[in-house]
Design a protein around this ligand. Structure first.
Ligand code: PEP
Length: 254
């Protein structure tokens, strides 16, 4: 049985003061209670240390939304893996569709970033997913296959314990539109097959595959109940302490 990972992506929301309030509210929601999932929140870079401090005596974990491939040097505006570890991160989201779209991150760069994260002892949440026209034309599996294999080929060796994949159909992110549980299950199973092809059935079975795209308390149960859905990458709903906590509760009830 895989442990659910319930990960929040705060995107460019919640500077230190707001992040402290939100994190405190989440922690307070769980005072005297426990959860069995892994709970992770990924704030903007400037709020990482604040979150790590708020979570220090709790089971909540802190992650980042991006990282650079170099250790340090003349890369104005960038952040390295060692800095993220120093700040208290355990996970890094890589290749989110917003980074692919607005910051022109291609499969090659996403692959290099994923390798860097894993080589340096962090865990990577690799985001993949098709655009609406690619789903409509029936190309969604091919698109996801290319995105996944670009990274697996670059990683070479089996690191399935340090890699999480988030299937996020681009048409479902921030739109209120959600993949049906059946669409999510079908793609998750397909991705598991791609991992099994490269690293064997055991790794295919054990790697965690999250669903992302307008997950909220109202649809979380159906999505998380799918056999190959091992958690969620949650944007909007993770910015409300109540909604995020509710999704954690739902995961526990499955
Ligand atoms: C995301 O940011 O990865 C995401 C899935 O956002 P939302 O839940 O708001 O669709």
């Amino acid at each position: 049985m895989r442990t659910f990972l319930i990960a929040g992506n705060w995107k460019m929301n919640a500077g230190p003061a707001e992040a402290k309030q939100l994190a405190t509210d989440i922690v307070n929601n769980w005072k005297g209670k426990t959860f069995s999932s892994e709970a992770l929140l990924c704030p903007p870079f400037v709020s990482i240390t604040t979150l790590a401090e708020c979570f220090s005596e709790t089971a909540f974990k802190t992650g980042a939304q991006n990282v650079h491939t170099e250790d340090n040097g003349a890369f104005t505006g960038e952040i390295s893996t060692s800095m993220l570890k120093d700040a208290g991160c355990e996970y890094v989201i890589i290749g989110h569709s917003e980074r692919r779209e607005y910051f022109h991150e291609d499969d090659e760069l996403v692959a290099r970033k994923t390798k860097k994260v894993i080589d340096d002892g962090l865990k990577a949440i690799l985001c993949v997913g098709e655009k609406l026209e690619q789903r409509k034309s029936g190309d969604h599996e091919n698109v996801v296959k290319t995105q996944v294999n670009a990274v697996l080929d670059h990683l070479g060796k089996d690191v399935s314990d340090k890699l999480v994949i988030a299937y996020e159909p681009v048409w479902a992110i921030g739109t209120g539109e959600t993949a049906t549980p059946g669409q999510a299950q079908q793609m998750h199973q397909y991705i598991r097959g791609l991992i099994a092809e490269k690293w064997g059935a055991k790794s295919g079975d054990s790697v965690r595959i999250l669903y992302g795209g307008s997950m909220k308390p109202g649809n979380a149960k159906e999505l998380l109940s799918q056999k190959d859905v091992d958690g969620g990458l949650i944007g909007g709903a993770s910015l409300e302490a109540g909604s995020y906590s509710e999704i954690l509760e739902i995961a526990d009830s499955i």
